[in-house]
Design a protein around this ligand. Sequence first.
Ligand SMILES: *Cc1c(COP(=O)(O)O)cnc(C)c1O
Length: 266
Amino acid sequence: MNEDDIIDLMDDKTAVILLPSVLYRSGQLLDIPRLTREAHKKDIVIGFDCSHSVGAVPHYFDDWEVDFALWCSYKYLNGGPGCPAFLYINKRHFQKSPGMTGWFGYVKDKQFDLLSDFEHEKNAGGWQISSPSILSSATLEITLDMINEAGIQNIRDKSKKLTSYLIYLVQEILSDQPYSFAIGSPEDPDKRSGHVALIRNDGLRVTKALKAKGVIPDYRPENLIRIAPVALYNSFHEVWKVVDLLKQIIDEKEFEHFSTERNAIS
Ligand SMILES: *Cc1c(COP(=O)(O)O)cnc(C)c1O
């Protein structure tokens, strides 16, 4: 995906743009500052779903002047499914009323005053609807502390090296027959987030065989296997091991022992 093609579609009929920061199949990281600048030239409000970049890539929404952003916390933030989602609203929009309101978005010190007018909190808290799960939030407090301690720029630097190493090994070891893996992610590490998409015929069965060996990839039809070496806790040795396991799965034809039927997710 070329950012120029998105910019060409920004016209005077466009009011709001919501884009993913990362294309979920290829792992391509879009140029958020550039897209934001171009949208604003045409008075278009622009926001990003950063579920696939938060925790892997630094974000500077204030500096980039993004209007809003949202993200889940169960990928690189380690929250797990059902964990709270997050919302960023640029402060120039704090006075605007939320379209969907709930008691938790009321100014915090008057939440139980039961007044008939809705007075929203003048920050992203105004868009909250109801109280978050405390048990899920507790896991986030710990993981966010760990990410801050490691430093998001350090995480990003290591992540780029991990994904580059994975791509290098696949190209060196697994690109020729009978392996026939191809890379479905951008070559430039600055244009990638934290995962690498491998393309392989029979990707579903290869995914199942890898899972049976204790590696959890993610399958996307028809033939895409997403591998996410997470900088916070995965090592370079583990990246090598995954490639070695893939080699073994093809050498020994292990994937042929699995059915071609898809399961609920991945
Ligand atoms: C994972 C993900 C979410 C989170 O979705 P849920 O409804 O919380 O499961 C949202 N947006 C994107 C792009 C995602 O990848």
